[in-house]
Design a protein around this ligand. Structure first.
Ligand code: SF4
Length: 325
């Protein structure tokens, strides 16, 4: 596995003026929003809201050093997580439904931030020693992130950028991020339209997710770590094992193995029936120990060898972090 220290790609693009061009192109997409595959077609610059319930401004629910992420992101000082409100998937089992499933609050929300404020948040996280800036649920606020970046870079931002999405990203929007995002962290959820349509607002999720993950991998390659084990660039895929859906796990791991045998994958076991999941059997119960170990067996069968392994620190973090639902 290659180990190297590398300057984040966005610095070079900023020097060449490309960062500003990308920010302008992304902002243009908000007038007739086709930013994500839903293609709502609303003018978000004039207060209209689509499925993600987000207008011209990003809304930040919270931010800070996060120690519950994958080891290559957390290091010693944490991953600098910025949690955005709103979402394009609206999963019935969402653990963060209090910030993802929100009604119309748009730009009037006290959580709406300007480009300058978003840049300041990034810089504050870097000053706190965070090893990266981790944009959580960023799909619907790509233009706002791009607009804030030049200001942050001019004021000294130098840490890698992490795009932490549910995988429902349009390839066209991802192309605007080419060379800017250092680490892509998609959550690969489902592989059949029936399952995706039952639990999310996106029955076309499997096709879109696979296309998006291929594009993410094309841009950044397999995950590369530096000498200290921190992620500097590449794809870090997640998959949350769902009760009664090991067949989906099998197909997702096959897809990731087909992408590269060097795919770095976090197979997550912490599913709980949150939000409205109690009304959706079989996901109305936690994942069993047998199901989780079955998922690990499947990873071995697909010869995926770069798996995120839990350690005591992560386990404690999960046990004492915010309530699961
Ligand atoms: S980003 Fe929001 S408004 Fe735009 S297409 Fe997606 S869900 Fe609709």
């Amino acid at each position: 596995m290659a180990k190297t220290r590398k300057e984040p790609g966005y610095l070079k693009l900023h020097q060449g003026g490309i960062l500003l061009q990308r920010a302008e192109a992304a902002r243009g997409l908000l007038t007739d929003c086709r930013l994500c595959p839903h293609g709502c077609g609303v003018c978000r610059l004039h207060g209209k809201l689509g499925l993600c319930r987000t207008g011209a401004r990003a809304r930040v629910a919270s931010y800070g050093p996060h120690f519950g992420e994958e080891a290559p992101l957390v290091g010693t000082h944490g991953s600098g997580a910025i949690f955005f409100e709103g979402c394009t998937l609206l999963c019935v089992f969402c653990q963060n439904h209090d910030i993802s499933h929100i009604d119309k609050r748009g730009d009037d929300s006290p959580r709406a931030v300007t480009d300058r404020e978003l840049a300041e948040i990034m810089l504050k996280l870097q000053e706190q020693g965070c090893h990266n800036i981790n944009f959580v649920t960023p799909t619907h606020v790509v233009p706002q992130i791009l607009a804030a970046l030049p200001r942050a870079v001019e004021r000294g931002l130098r840490v890698p950028l992490v795009y932490n999405s549910g995988g429902y990203d349009s390839r066209e929007t991802l192309k605007l991020l080419d060379g800017i995002i250092d680490i892509y962290m998609p959550d690969c959820k489902f592989m059949t339209p029936e399952t995706a349509g039952r639990y999310t607002r996106a029955p076309d999720y499997p096709e879109i997710m696979q296309r998006a993950v291929r594009e993410m991998h094309r841009q950044t390659g397999d995950l590369v770590l530096d000498d200290t084990g921190l992620a500097v660039r590449g794809l870090l895929a997640r998959h949350l094992v769902m009760p009664g859906h090991l067949d989906e796990t099998d197909r997702i791991l096959a897809f990731l193995a087909g992408l590269s045998k060097e795919s770095y994958v976090n197979i997550m076991e912490q599913y709980r029936p949150c939000h409205r999941a109690t009304g959706y059997p079989p996901i109305n119960r936690p994942v069993s120990r047998e199901e989780y170990s079955g998922a690990l067996d499947l990873a071995a069968r697909h010869r995926l060898r770069r798996l995120e392994l839990r350690d005591w620190r992560q386990l404690l973090n999960r046990l004492f972090s915010r309530s699961e639902c």
